[in-house]
Design a binder for this molecule. Structure first.
Ligand code: CUA
Length: 334
């Protein structure tokens, strides 16, 4: 008799567990929780996610079954206010429900440690790109010394991103490459990425760094290795482009400013397509003088509706010739 009751309850428990597992699995699989993986490191990290999720679904199913069964079978009558029977517990059961989670958590840490170790391997000959973060833009410098405001990576090669910051702590993140790494003033941190899918993905600052944090974005273009070599040889921009455009990109101006000729759409600072009107309204000399002053000494005149948010570093950072190119470029010259 007892055996038959027990077999019955085991079947009921298993049925509830199965339903809970099916629902949890559907939630895990049918909703696209993760971005596409565009690199080997991202694929390994996704594996850890799914490994952990599978364990969680198993634990959830067992807990939901016992909880559901208990609510269903051992519920007291609505008018029963008496104390429950005193019980000591069940030592064997307690050992089991301590040991199994301990084994599972240890398994997750071992898998994570292996993935972290594999993900930090850059091989013998990585492409090294220096990444500098500053309020509110990213710059990327290649081994040939050229600097851009966006990142370009070859498919199928280990790339080591060497990160630092000029002012405050920022954090580098490309969701499709799955890793985040802080960029810290005075320190060099790094991550290794090995892209295995071509495409255009966002570069996001994921550490609150000031007024323009939300707009501190760039993009990464992952190209086939042959196209990347061509891109390096071409100097990264079409021949004949304005020299001021390169200065604009190198200093990350587009992170905060919209400027149609440069294809940028930042909105922390004034729209640079309106510079003529802004200069007239400000009444601080010729348009070119106004532009130059606004770059070198951004606090001298603040356009209505904006704050003194632009870093006061560009006067020291941009060499005279480049500054001249940039001023001309912004004033609509070449
Ligand atoms: Cu830089 Cu947030």
């Amino acid at each position: 008799m007892l055996a038959r009751v027990r077999r019955g309850s085991v079947i009921q428990l298993a049925a509830i567990a199965l339903v809970a597992a099916v629902v949890a699995t559907a939630v895990a699989l049918l909703i696209p929780w993760l971005p596409v993986a565009a690199g080997e490191e991202a694929e390994r990290i996704h594996f850890v996610y799914w490994f952990t999720t599978a364990i969680c679904i198993g634990v959830f199913a067992v807990v939901a079954a016992i909880l559901g069964y208990s609510i269903w079978k051992f519920r007291v009558k609505p008018d029963d206010f008496s104390d429950g029977p005193p019980t000591h517990g069940h030592t064997q059961l307690e050992i089991i429900w301590t040991a199994i989670p301990a084994v599972l958590v240890t398994a997750i840490s071992i898998v994570s440690a292996i993935v972290l170790a594999q993900n930090s391997r850059a091989g013998d000959n990585p492409l090294v790109v220096k990444v500098v973060a500053q309020q509110f833009a990213w710059t990327f410098t290649y081994p040939n010394g050229k600097t851009y405001g966006y990142l370009t990576l070859p498919e199928g090669r280990h790339t080591k991103l060497d990160l630092t910051a000029n002012d405050v702590i920022h954090s580098f993140w490309v969701p499709e490459l799955s890793q985040k790494q802080d960029a810290v003033p005075g320190q060099h941190t790094s991550i290794v990425v090995t892209p295995n899918r071509t495409g255009n993905f966002p570069v996001i600052c994921t550490e609150l760094c000031g007024l323009g944090h939300a707009a501190m974005r760039s993009h990464v273009e992952i190209m086939a290795a042959a196209s990347f070599d061509k891109w390096v040889k071409s100097g990264g921009r079409p021949a004949g482009a304005a020299p001021g455009l390169a200065v604009f990109q190198q200093n990350g101006c587009g992170g905060c400013h919209t400027f149609k000729p440069a294809g940028s759409n930042g909105n922390v600072g004034p729209d640079l397509d309106d510079l003529k009107e802004l200069a007239a309204k400000a009444g601080r000399g010729s348009e070119q003088d106004f532009i130059r002053e606004s770059i070198v000494e951004p606090g001298a005149y603040i356009a209505p509706g904006f704050q003194d948010a632009m870093p006061h570093i560009y006067g020291a950072q941009i060499p005279a010739k480049q500054l001249q190119d940039l001023v001309q470029y912004l004033a609509g010259g070449s």
